[in-house]
Write a protein that binds this ligand. Structure first.
Ligand code: TXE
Length: 508
């Protein structure tokens, strides 16, 4: 086993710059152009590793390797149970290396170590769940009205999957795509975000160790407009699984349409979090904080539009401001830190821009709105938890995804009004409903146009439950049994049982 990517683990505490290569057909390779780019630790603002800058030529090599692996008996002839066993083994290996992988992602992305330790311990569950599914993906026998025909279906893999992953939860979102893609017998080329490639590259030796044949999993690092776009354009790619921004998602779908590759898109949101006057306010406030300040608001499911009923508006707001003022910002690698830095400089700039927009639109900034000034936080890309009140639903800060710790607070008078306002957005990824009234809870859940609705909770995700968007939040589903359809196609097999083929000029 080539330990090319493993080496940095032993140097985690050292300042030397680690170099990562592309992983194609079971080999570590330089980019054809020889180019590389730096990846930055958002807590220190310093480059800590150098990544190979893959491009069209490298993507072509990786896709061809994946296609060859798809057709090779080493993969194709594995029984579904054996495929499942490989995934199970990978799950075990991730479990054994959970802490190390968590540290790398914290370093590369600024995600809190306390969250990463949970994520990397949870990731094996995706392996185990889809390992379990691998030999339960069944066709059906169709009871036709033709007694002489035996008709059954086979559910087969698509071929080569191109997975394009964003920077906000690199490893977890990779597994959302990779685990079901491999369980169903596809091969895969993964293009991680140019901002956070390291954790996936560190995962590669574990994939090898699990026993996946060469070419089944390939990683091409590089920029979106070059490597990412080349992957979506490649005629041998049968499906693109994408998570990212809306405009990029549209480009991905257009490119894939040229060669009719299937596409699933998860494109973020502007999720409403709705608090009715009868809600348990302690829980609701925790849910609001989880929705917008966890991961510094850099989650697709951020509950970034808070709808407070007029009766409890003031009380909830006071509690929120109090809690926001006590959030511990700091070094993401320390367990006590509650909010780390923003993962990218560009994202920090975008957040600042939206705060200006909110002020220009006439919203009232009641907390935050700026970078913290404590010396410890100066080097990193930190932004304070931020709360706007007096927000109108037509304002840009209520309609556009900010992807940062910025909460837009709106008020409402009754159920009908809040349903109308909550749905009045181009997005439809998640929604939170806080009420003790069980009838209202389910009534409102039905009316909300979103792929996920949480009642008296927020930000729960499971490998077993489908996840995806309505409207501009995308199409296709990840997780649960639902995703298996995204990675398979159905073949209908007809068998004549009578032994004769009558009149050849009549369809039967
Ligand atoms: O996303 P991009 P960015 C939203 C969020 C954020 C905004 C921009 O609002 O502020 O998008 O973030 C690859 N062809 N989300 O610029 O560009 C890119 O290399 C093919 C929501 O980071 O969509 C990366 O791997 N691929 C979100 C991935 O697409 C391309 C998560 C996502 O990058 C490409 C991230 C192209 N032309 C951002 N251009 C969510 N849904 O959770 C870029 N990429």
């Amino acid at each position: 086993m080539d330990l090319g990517a493993f080496a940095p683990l032993w140097f985690m505490g050292m300042t030397e710059i680690k170099k990562y290569k592309l992983y194609i057909n079971g080999q570590w390779e330089e980019a054809a152009s020889g180019k590389t780019f730096g990846t930055i630790n958002p807590y220190t603002g310093e480059v800590w590793a150098e990544i190979a800058e893959g491009d069209e030529e490298d993507v072509d090599r990786a896709v061809r390797a994946a296609r060859k692996a798809f057709e090779s008996p080493d993969w194709k002839r594995l029984t579904p149970t054996e495929r499942g066993n490989l995934l199970r083994k990978l799950g075990d290996l991730v479990k054994d290396h959970a802490e190390r992988l968590a540290q790398i992602e914290t370093r590369d992305n600024g995600k809190l170590i306390r969250e990463m330790l949970i994520q990397t311990r949870l990731i094996p569950q995706w392996c185990y769940y889809y390992a379990g599914w691998a030999d339960k993906i069944m066709g059906e026998v169709i009871p036709l009205e033709k007694p002489n025909i035996f008709n059954y279906t086979l559910r087969e893999p698509l071929g080569v999957v191109g997975a394009i992953v964003p920077w906000n939860s690199p490893l977890l979102l990779t597994f959302w795509k990779m685990a079901p893609a491999l369980a169903t017998g596809n091969t895969i080329v993964i293009k991680p975000s140019e901002h956070t490639s390291a954790s996936l590259l560190e995962l590669v030796p574990l994939i090898e160790q699990a026993g996946f044949p060469p070419g089944v999993v390939n990683v091409v690092t590089g920029y979106g407009e070059t490597a990412g776009a080349a992957l979506t354009r490649h005629h041998l790619v049968n499906k693109i699984a994408f998570t990212g921004g809306v405009e990029t998602g549209k480009l991905v779908a257009k490119n894939a349409a040229n060669h009719l590759a299937r596409v699933s898109l998860e494109l973020g949101g502007k999720s409403p979090n709705i608090v009715f006057p009868d809600a348990n306010l302690d829980n609701a406030v925790n849910g609001i904080i989880a929705g917008i300040f966890a991961a510094s608001g850099q989650t697709c499911i951020a509950g970034s539009r808070l709808f407070l009923h007029e009766k409890i508006h003031q009380e909830v707001l006071e509690r929120l401001i109090d809690k926001a003022s006590k959030i511990k910002m700091g070094d993401p690698s320390k367990m006590e830190t509650e909010m780390g830095p923003i993962a990218l400089k560009e994202q920090l700039d975008k957040i600042k821009k939206y705060v200006e927009i909110g002020l220009q639109e006439g919203a009232k900034l009641v907390y935050g709105g700026e970078q913290p000034t404590e010396p410890e936080l100066r080097k990193g890309w930190f932004f304070k938890p931020t709360i706007f009140t007096g927000v109108q639903n037509h304002m840009r800060i209520a309609q556009e995804e900010i992807f940062g710790p910025v909460l837009s607070v709106l008020t409402f008078r009754d159920e009908e009004e809040v349903i109308r306002l909550a749905n009045d957005t181009p997005y439809g990824l998640g929604a939170g409903i806080w009420t003790q009234d069980i009838q209202r809870a389910h009534r409102v859940a039905r009316e909300i146009q979103a792929g996920t609705v949480w009642i008296n909770t927020y930000r729960n995700i499971s490998f077993a439950s489908p996840f995806g968007g309505y409207k501009n939040s995308g199409y296709g589903r990840e997780n649960g049994p639902e995703v298996l359809r995204e990675y398979t196609q159905v073949k209908s097999v007809w068998v004549e049982l009578s032994g004769t083929v009558p009149d050849p000029f009549v369809m039967r």
